[in-house]
Design a protein around this ligand. Structure first.
Ligand code: FES
Length: 107
């Protein structure tokens, strides 16, 4: 797992843009759980870290496609997913597995 950021850098219910190596990430703290997804929207590259969060989903600020933060899926189009990464909090620091296979993708 790679270090992503401090939990103290996150605002509950809002996204934060973080760059780790080659990864541009959107990090969210929702009800005490951390979610890490690729920042670029799979539609046209919108900045998901700037999206509104509601009921565990972030809405892309470009064209309002929602993405479930737990699965990466777009509820309106389940075949469309944003890459998400397993993440956890340890001693106030967010860690995520950035090199594993993409999750939430259909086969
Ligand atoms: S770029 Fe995200 S919905 Fe279009």
């Amino acid at each position: 797992m790679e270090r992503i950021c401090q939990v103290a850098d996150l605002f509950p219910g809002r996204g934060r843009f973080v760059v780790v190596g080659d990864h541009e990430l959107a990090v969210f703290l929702i009800d005490g759980e951390v979610h890490v997804i690729e920042n670029a929207c799979p539609h046209m590259g919108g900045n998901l870290s700037a999206g509104q969060v509601h009921r565990g989903a972030v809405t892309c600020p470009q064209h309002n496609w929602p993405f479930d933060l737990a699965t990466g899926r777009c509820p309106d189009s389940p075949d469309v997913t944003v890459r998400r990464f397993d993440a956890e909090i340890r001693s106030g620091v967010v860690f995520a597995c950035l090199d594993e296979q993409p999750q939430g993708e259909t086969q």
